[in-house]
Design a protein around this ligand. Structure first.
Ligand SMILES: [Zn+2]
Ligand SMILES: [Zn+2]
Length: 383
């Protein structure tokens, strides 16, 4: 079992010195957070005539921003939904990804399109990722793998590649992305030098776990720093293999469904968890979209009908959470894409069966589960 490769230190706010002698933050919070926060007040004239000193101080403020740092100082199982969309384009959501931060571990689940940028914008350092876990190999769950591997390598010049865990097939997927990024690897080493971009840190290493196809089957696939990751099978027709994950840290746990239809086994795997992060497809809305798209000269209508066979309904996810005694249910992988004013209708049938905390996650929603308690708190890191 691989353990976390570099971050054995506590997630405190100290400084350390890299091999290049550059002082940097020890853990988690990378530079550059808040670049989107280069908001400049004042009128149009002022903005058009901004002195260099104001621009310089705006960059300094952005690079020193620790606005999300405090959330991670508490000893808790932290879960961030960095990507909450699905394959259909959604202006408000990138492809699926969840991130777990607990103790000295930072674990990533899936790499949907655009998720690497959202992860960077939360302020978490991608070079601090200890391991990536893939639920299955639909493109909307893997297409940012090249970017995640690249940012993991280039962020601080790590010397070990990204560790990537998945069911059978993960070797092929990783090898393909590594091959596709070979020219870029060469450019970056040539451009910045091997000291800044150690060649050994490029790419990823695949670790396969095989738990067969029994929906009740599960297996511990990773343990490090007090964090345990358990993989379990899910039913995601026609995709085999497809898995979900349960992550345990001290007395807290989260169950991440991945993509699945309803199955009684989900209740078993979610039993007693503090948080469930579930995909969901609103069948009624998907059917409406399918019918609305019937006259279009593309595949929207047939695709939105077909996908109804592959995803759990919000009310089914709510039923699982209720039966398993899970007090917080966050809906992700939102299908079909909906504007804000349809969020409540999307979850209406789910609310009828579940009286725990239920909401649609956003890109950047942080759910913190402090240890030795049954409390939870929710914050928006990208809002
Ligand atoms: Zn899928
Ligand atoms: Zn998907």
């Amino acid at each position: 079992m691989d353990n976390g490769k570099r971050n054995n230190e506590a997630p405190d706010s100290g400084e350390q010195t890299t091999k290049k002698g550059i002082s940097r933050r020890k853990f988690l919070i990378g530079g550059g957070v808040g670049a989107a926060g280069l908001l400049v007040g004042g009128g149009l004239w002022y903005r058009n005539n901004l002195p260099d000193s104001a621009i310089e101080s705006a960059f300094n403020r952005a690079l020193s921003s620790d606005r999300n740092r405090n959330y991670f100082e508490e000893d808790a199982l932290h879960v961030i939904t960095t990507g909450t969309g699905a394959p259909l384009p959604d202006p408000n959501r990138v492809g699926p990804q969840a991130v777990v931060v607990a103790g000295d571990q930072m674990l990533v689940f899936d790499t949907g399109p655009g998720s690497t940028r959202q992860l960077a914008l939360t302020g978490l350092s991608i070079s601090s990722v200890n391991a990536l876990f893939l639920t299955h190999f639909h493109s909307d769950h893997i297409s940012d793998l090249g970017e995640l591997m690249l940012q993991h390598w280039t962020g601080t010049g790590v010397e070990e590649p990204l560790q990537i865990y998945g069911p059978p097939g993960v070797e092929e997927v990783v090898a393909g992305f590594v091959a596709a990024y070979q020219p870029d690897r060469g450019y970056r080493i040539d451009h910045h030098g091997a000291d800044v971009m150690p060649p050994s840190g490029f790419g990823g290493v695949a670790h396969t776990f095989d738990i067969g196809t029994d929906l009740m089957a599960s297996e511990v696939v990773y343990e490090a720093g007090g964090v345990q990751v358990i993989a379990f099978n899910v039913d995601h027709p026609p995709v085999v293999p497809a898995v979900g994950f349960r992550v345990n840290y001290k007395d807290r746990s989260v169950m991440i469904t991945g993509d699945t239809i309803y199955s009684d086994s989900l209740i078993h795997h979610a039993m007693g968890a503090d948080l469930m992060v579930s995909d969901a497809l609103n069948h009624k809305m998907s059917q409406m979209l399918s019918e609305a798209g019937e006259d279009m000269e593309n595949n929207l209508s047939s695709i939105t009908e077909d996908i109804q066979e592959s995803h759990i309904k919000p009310e089914e996810a709510a039923f699982v959470a209720k039966e398993a005694g899970v007090p917080v249910l966050m809906i992700t992988h939102v299908l079909p894409p909906v504007p804000d004013f349809l969020k409540r209708p999307f979850l209406r049938d789910a609310r009828a069966v579940y009286d725990g905390h239920l909401q649609m996650a956003n890109d950047g929603t942080l759910i913190s589960l402090p240890v030795n308690s049954d409390q939870f708190s929710i914050h928006e890191l990208l809002g």
